[in-house]
Ligand binder design. Structure first.
Ligand SMILES: O=c1[nH]c(=O)c2nc[nH]c2[nH]1
Length: 442
């Protein structure tokens, strides 16, 4: 590929190998194709035409063409369905404890600091930049309970060009060791947060209602948040069934609920726009409930391993019809790279197979889907992003595998190598809504 220098405000084209998914089972590999981008959206995908045809039919000059080399391909941007931006400084630290102790010892003390806007600005700039550089074009962030710094995160995503969601976290119970808010304040600040984000008329970032988990919120707060979600028709995110101690505590605190998922359902927090992180220990009955509500699970295998939460059987969720995406879950997860999470999802799936021989481990094709279209479906964004079909936003990565020792440059080889051996150095360009947000000189 020659170094290109596009004007992204004008139509442009990418020519070469396109890799994307239409469903969970297999990747579509399209060689010698063109994608034409207009106003940040995909206008056309098809067999590559001649330069003359590009110019005459599609009005694209030679300067506006990216010609991929045989060791490169273009794919949809990665989607991180669960990440805690304020926990970024703790990534890689504190894995000597399991979830509930880890929250009290490491996480809540760090999150308390986000009343300080200078600290928030520093951390949030780093995490959004790192996430974009790792190829995440859409990220679904938890912020903290602080209204102002949560809005700051929205503004930084907008400035740096990342699509996604930000949730001001809700926590009103004493389980939170002094990191909490009063119910009324929590509801009022959440409504102010939603209105502020919606008023920004921001194409990229949306508000998401974020009750931390059932142990951090009482049922009064959760019901009020369910009402807000309905009033503003916004997304919802929380955690579910991550750790056995957590599940026991939920059972004790909510004796009238049939199970963990029922706690959220009673507050009308399970909707088609709800994403639930972890779901390692969900019962069959809970899975059925999620399917009937259209709620999704964010699979966070790095975090599930680091915090010794358990092995999530993703095959079981997919077969039951649950929508599943991947989440880095920084800082339970040690990396903001969804590509790293893809490796971990493959490993975890084989470890599940060691335990239950009757399941088929996930394939790299399926993991590619989970990281792209699966993530988009989990966030109810499949009409906007997730693959490279006409009408969708041009959220895409150019991947270059020339730094690896390749016996051939068959697209299957490139993609498989990328999924198993790739890292962010192989992601040489990142586009969000047709704008370049990462470009590496090669
Ligand atoms: O992995 C997790 N990270 C968190 O911050 C959290 N809060 C509740 N449950 C959680 N799980």
């Amino acid at each position: 590929m020659e170094q290109w220098n596009l004007e992204t405000s004008e139509p442009f084209a990418v020519m070469g190998t396109v890799v994307h998914s239409h469903h969970s089972k297999s990747i579509n590999i399209l060689q010698n194709h063109v994608i034409i981008v207009h106003d940040g959206k995909i206008q056309h995908i098809g067999m590559a035409p001649s330069l003359q045809e590009l110019k005459e039919v599609h009005n694209i000059s030679e300067r506006q063409i990216i010609q991929l080399s045989p060791s490169q391909f273009i794919m949809p941007g990665l989607i991180d369905t669960h990440i805690h931006a304020p926990q970024y400084p703790n990534a890689g630290l504190g894995y000597d404890k399991t979830l509930l102790e880890w929250l009290e010892t490491y996480t809540f003390p760090l999150e308390k600091q986000y009343g300080d806007l200078v600290h928030a600005q520093n951390v949030y700039k780093h995490v959004v930049r790192h996430s974009l550089n790792s190829g995440t074009t859409t990220a679904c962030y938890f912020a903290t309970i602080h209204l102002e710094s949560s809005l700051l995160l929205v503004d930084l995503m907008t400035e740096l060009g990342q699509r996604g969601f930000v949730g001001k976290v809700n926590m009103n119970t004493c389980q939170n060791k002094g990191y909490n808010e009063k119910t009324e304040q929590s509801v009022t600040d959440t409504e102010i947060f939603i209105k502020n984000v919606l008023q920004r008329k921001n194409q990229l970032v949306q508000p998401i209602i974020t009750p931390r988990f059932a142990l951090s919120c009482d049922s009064i707060l959760m019901k009020k948040l369910g009402e807000l979600a309905k009033k503003y028709n916004v997304h919802i995110q929380t955690h579910i069934s991550e750790n056995l101690g957590e599940i026991e505590a939920v059972k004790e605190i909510f004796p009238d609920s049939k199970h963990y998922a029922d706690v959220y359902d009673k507050a009308e927090l399970l909707t088609k726009k709800t994403v639930l992180a972890h779901g390692v220990w969900l019962k069959d009955e809970e899975i059925k409930l999620l399917v009937s509500r259209g709620s999704s699970v964010s699979h966070c295998p790095c975090s599930n391993t680091n915090l010794q939460s358990g092995l999530c059987n993703v095959r079981r969720l997919l077969e039951a019809g649950v929508k599943v995406g991947l989440g880095t879950d920084v800082s339970g997860g040690h990396t903001p790279s969804i590509l790293d999470v893809m490796h971990s999802a493959l490993d975890t799936s084989i470890h599940v197979f060691f335990q239950h021989k009757n399941i088929i481990p996930l394939t790299y094709h399926e993991v590619f889907y989970l990281a792209t279209l699966g993530g988009a479906e989990a966030l109810a964004l499949e009409n906007e992003v997730g693959n490279l079909m006409p009408g969708k936003q041009f959220d895409a990565l150019i991947v270059d595998m020339s730094s690896h020792y390749l016996l051939n440059s068959e697209p299957e080889t490139l993609v498989q190598k990328f999924v198993y051996c790739g890292d962010d150095r192989n992601i040489i360009s990142v586009f969000v809504g047709g704008k370049i947000v990462k470009k590496t000189k090669i």
